[in-house]
Design a protein around this ligand. Sequence first.
Ligand code: NAD
Ligand code: WQD
Length: 343
Amino acid sequence: MKNILVTGGAGYIGSHTLIELVKAGFNPVVYDNLSNSSVIAIDRVENIVNQKIDFIKGDVLDKDLLKQTFKTHNFFAVIHFAGLKAVGESVKEPLKYYQNNVAGTLNLLEVMSEFGVQNLVFSSSATVYGSPKSLPIFEHFPRSCTNPYGQSKLMVEYILEDLCKSKAFNAISLRYFNPIGAYQTGTIGEDPKDIPNNLMPYISQVAVGKLQKLSVFGDDYDTIDGTGVRDYIHIIDLAKGHLKALEYLVKGDKDNHIIGFEPINLGTGSGTSVLQLVNAFEKATGQNVPYVIVSRRAGDIASCYASCDKAKSLLNWQAQFDITRACLDTWRWQKNNPMGYQS
Ligand code: NAD
Ligand code: WQD
């Protein structure tokens, strides 16, 4: 059984990925400082998979603990979710983001090097494409970012590219589009600490009565109904994408093939507007989601959706779940856990 270090494994995407890893016979070891998550998520994953999950409370900035962790486990690969992700906060506190996301990754890469671990799956983001020149977005499109969060992801991609040029190293950079939804048990899901920045958790918190109404950021974009269009991908599909990436690394290892730096989009390939998502949520759940149109949010683009051709051809992966299913799963999680993991 292959040991996989999962940094940030207690978080939203990490916790769902743990389930797929265990189901496929990998042994995930979670390393998380719980700065944006709860250990309850790990307990709930243990209940779902009916198995204990190795958990180390640690920071990727703590190189000694990282070394200790590598010394006591023989890792085949690392899935590196650990990072801060709030765009607005990153504008106010850029150093915190560069320190955590860039310096943290450098630490990890140095320790991986020291222990001869050469397989990485990195959590990148569609944000690295900035304002795309056309749609859908392909992996070869130019990259640019306008905020420190996005820059931190882009910087790590540059570091990984250089590293892969310098020696035998495999880095699959998964560029996520907009993850939504929750596991079907309704026991794990997205649990923002403050008022949500992202659309889906905002919608579900309005539906559960925690927030009064949704502010729709602009209805004058050049889109189907004037509101922003995004590529919403179910979290279980996203989690399965990580498994496929790992399997690709395992195959590369068997064939003695160096993969190098490989950026891959994980999305559905189609776009949904803000109002379409609100309507889909209301229809799927029977809940009312009051909203008001307000001005555009600074830094937002009109539309963004992925080409998923590369994920299909290289990883044999494509999204299975639709928006209705994602709305139902989000709602099950939200209504069962109105205060998130503290409920
Ligand atoms: P999350 O905040 O739920 O999970 C991140 C986890 O990393 C948390 O459990 C947090 O406690 C942990 N963490 C943060 N800094 C750490 C550190 N220094 N050391 C150890 N652990 C640390 O976020 P998520 O939505 O699960 O995102 C996971 C990754 O995917 C992040 O890198 C994020 O930037 C990236 N990403 C997320 C989205 C999205 O919309 N959710 C989209 C694109 C990319
Ligand atoms: C989606 C749409 C908003 C909230 C962000 C990050 C990106 C990535 C995913 C990590 C847009 C509109 C939103 C609200 C609204 N994260 N909206 N009212 O902006 O595509 O991407 O999360 O990598 O880096 O920038 O996602 O969910 O914030 O917004 O009208 O209260 O919903 O304007 O059109 P976004 P989002």
